[in-house]
Design a protein around this ligand. Structure first.
Ligand code: ZN
Length: 124
């Protein structure tokens, strides 16, 4: 078994470090960003553990967020279409009732006029 860990990484000066925990013993380590995605032997339990890649994880998080937002957008759009449909239906219905009301008013006037014409003035 080779004793590795920090020895590979110490040759490079870290621009940004990655802090991660061993997947076996959960011991925390700080490695150079260049080690992202590499498999290293844990300094504590000596088992190989994978250094997480923050860039990949961020990208994966973004793609989840993107598909979630696209899903919500699609759902919103279908609800919008549904409500617009209801409004259109009710607008047509409202127009029909208004026409019907107008017809009834005209009929009332006509009937009233007929009634007034038949009534003999003075005959109670
Ligand atoms: Zn370990």
């Amino acid at each position: 078994m080779q004793q590795t860990g920090g020895s590979i990484l110490s040759s490079q000066q870290a621009s940004s470090d990655i802090i991660f925990a061993c997947m076996h013993c959960s011991a925390s380590f700080v490695v150079d960003a260049a080690a992202a995605g590499l498999t290293l032997d844990c300094q504590k339990c000596s088992k190989p553990t994978i250094v997480p890649n923050p860039a990949l994880e961020a990208a994966a998080g973004n793609s989840i967020k993107i598909s979630e937002l696209q899903h919500q957008l699609k759902e919103n759009e279908s609800q919008r279409t549904e409500i617009t449909g209801y409004i259109n239906q009710l607008s047509i219905q409202l127009h029909r009732w208004q026409l019907r009301l107008q017809t009834l008013k005209e009929r009332q006037q006509k009937l009233q006029t007929e009634l007034d014409a038949i009534r003999v003035p003075g005959a109670k």
